[in-house]
Design a protein around this ligand. Structure first.
Ligand code: NAD
Length: 520
């Protein structure tokens, strides 16, 4: 039958008792399986390796989530070979039939949404609602890309010249290497992987080391969907050991990467080099970092703006590519805004994400913690502390990966803290003499991912629409929380190359268009 039009999947409403009560049950349930070994999954086979990596709970590093087998060069070669072989059949499967596998995987996620979200709370320290939002987004990608492939799947007749039948259609490019970040550990992985699969590519998927147990969820969902063996392969591994090898491999046709600018630029450079035996130009899709600003105009609704900035800067500890790391405040409202921001920041609770009354928890791991602490030092040197809060000692004593919640003011555009992506709970306050200067400041980084404006002036909102040059701009709402289709997501400049995830051009990147013209 016909599919219903796409709609975003509604996450649980934790204000409803039954939905709230179901969540801790899922946390206890998945905790019972903690410590298990996660194998690689290549060609439908589980593969055990000697090299393993433990994934731990950032709120309490002594709690081991699981021991994850690590692919090395040999396993990457095997996975690419299997995927290359599977591609030959998979590319000929009808687009509508390929879409059905995504719909089945979406059903698996809907049926297991609490377990999948609970795993994120414990493996990466996402707050309950944010973890649910991530799984809901994964469902959305599956449902949306399934429909997109059906839309694009039928050959299109070109022109109407008599005596000629000319048709335009697409084929999957080949083996796709999908290299994912840990911060939206299910959604971004599922988005890139499902787009490649439904487009007729086969996939070698490398989750981030920190979130490989969440990443194993893809194995389970595609098994449940009955996807043919070899179309999806799970090869977690250390970027430093097998990352370059996967990128350089002559049989990889597409690389879909989401992560930092440094790694994204490295991948683009390496992918341009042709290796012996390589028969195609590699296509790279790279979604990278941001240094996102929110502008507070002199007539902003401060009730909304203060909560919006707080959430965009400190939700999930500021570890979102869309997080607000600069708030740019027009001079005439500066004192009122900063006073209220300080009060709001001082009123929220800090502690583990497992307890939903906590607003902000630990960052994702020990290395991230050290990196954020270094930037806190830089921020305190460059600016003046407006807010600095620590999580209660009882949590820090468990050597959880806690950093302060830090807001500094007096930051100008040439400070490092105004230019470099921290990826943690550090917010710079910048003062602008008027709205126009605020836009100049907002645009003054090499990134162009998200931004937001709080203003009641239609003229200023128009000006921002034209001149605040970022991939996703939000007017009178926070810079975070993009929804598939409604807020198709992605940036430009040093924030990435490629068309928007969850948008109408995304699948085209995984396919080669063909034209067949018959003289009739
Ligand atoms: P990261 O760049 O450190 O790692 C991303 C992935 O690349 C990981 O799987 C990692 O193992 C792998 N990798 C590392 N070295 C590699 C190499 N030499 N070759 C191939 N792969 C390699 O990023 P992260 O810490 O996982 O994620 C945070 C970053 O991601 C932030 O910069 C954030 O802004 C960005 N991000 C961007 C978006 C977006 O849509 N634009 C979304 C989420 C996150």
């Amino acid at each position: 039958g016909e599919l219903e039009p796409f709609n975003n999947f509604p996450p649980s409403d934790f204000t409803i008792k039954e939905e709230r009560d179901a969540f801790p049950e899922s946390m206890s349930k998945i905790r019972k399986d903690f410590g298990q070994r996660y194998p690689l999954y290549i060609g439908g086979q589980e593969i055990i390796t000697d090299d393993t990596l433990d994934s731990y709970n950032p709120a309490d590093p002594s709690e081991i989530i699981g021991t994850v087998c690590q692919a090395g060069v040999a396993e990457v070669d095997k996975a690419v070979a299997v995927a290359k072989d599977a591609y030959l059949d998979w590319r000929n499967v009808e687009p509508r039939e390929r879409a059905q596998y995504l719909l089945k995987a979406a059903q698996y996620c809907k049926d297991n949404i609490n377990d999948l979200s609970a795993m994120q709370v414990l493996e990466v320290g996402k707050q309950w609602d944010q973890a649910q939002g991530d799984v809901a987004e994964a469902i959305d990608f599956l449902e949306y890309y399934a429909r997109e492939m059906i839309r694009l799947g039928d050959p299109k007749r070109m022109g109407n010249s008599p005596g000629e039948y000319s048709q335009y259609f697409y084929q999957g490019k080949g083996v796709a290497a999908v290299i994912a970040p840990w911060n939206f550990p299910l959604a971004i992985s599922v988005g890139m992987v499902s787009a490649a699969i439904v487009s007729g590519c086969s996939v070698v998927y490398k989750p981030a080391g920190i979130s490989s147990a969440v990443g194993y969820g893809l194995v389970e969902m595609f098994k449940a969907a009955g996807l043919p063996d070899g179309v999806f392969n799970y090869t977690p591994g250390r970027g430093s050991v097998m990352g370059d090898h996967l990128v350089d491999h002559p049989d990889v046709s597409v690389i879909a990467f989401t992560g930092s600018m440094e790694v994204g630029l490295r991948i683009q450079e390496r992918a341009a080099k042709v290796h012996p035996g390589q028969q195609h130009c590699k296509k790279v899709i790279a979604e990278m970092g941001g240094k996102n600003g929110i502008i507070i105009d002199d007539d902003a609704d401060l009730d909304e703006a203060v909560l919006g900035v707080l959430y965009a800067a400190f939700g999930f500890q500021g570890q979102k590519c869309s997080a607000c790391s600069r708030v740019i405040v027009v001079d005439s409202i500066y004192d009122r805004f900063t006073h209220r921001l300080k009060e709001a920041a001082e009123s929220v609770k800090l502690g583990p994400a497992e307890d939903p009354s906590n607003y902000m928890g630990p960052v994702v791991d020990k290395a991230a913690c050290q990196n954020v602490l270094n930037y806190c030092k830089i921020a305190e040197e460059e600016g003046k502390v407006l807010v600095k809060r620590e999580a209660p000692l009882e949590y820090r004593e468990k050597s959880g990966c806690y950093t302060p919640m830090l807001i500094v003011e007096g930051i100008t555009r040439d400070h490092r803290i105004a230019q470099e992506e921290v990826f943690g709970p550090v917010l710079s306050v910048m003062r602008a003499k008027d709205f126009k200067e605020a836009i100049d400041i907002a645009n003054s980084t090499r990134f162009a991912l998200t931004g937001a404006v709080y203003s009641r002036s239609p003229k200023h909102l128009d000006l921002a629409t034209r001149e605040f040059r970022v991939g996703n701009l939000y007017l009178n709402k926070p810079s975070v929380g993009a929804l598939v289709e409604r807020h198709a997501f992605g940036g430009f400049k040093m924030s990435g190359v490629g068309s928007k995830a969850g948008g109408p051009d995304y699948l085209l990147q995984f396919m080669d268009p063909r034209l067949v013209c018959e003289n009739t």
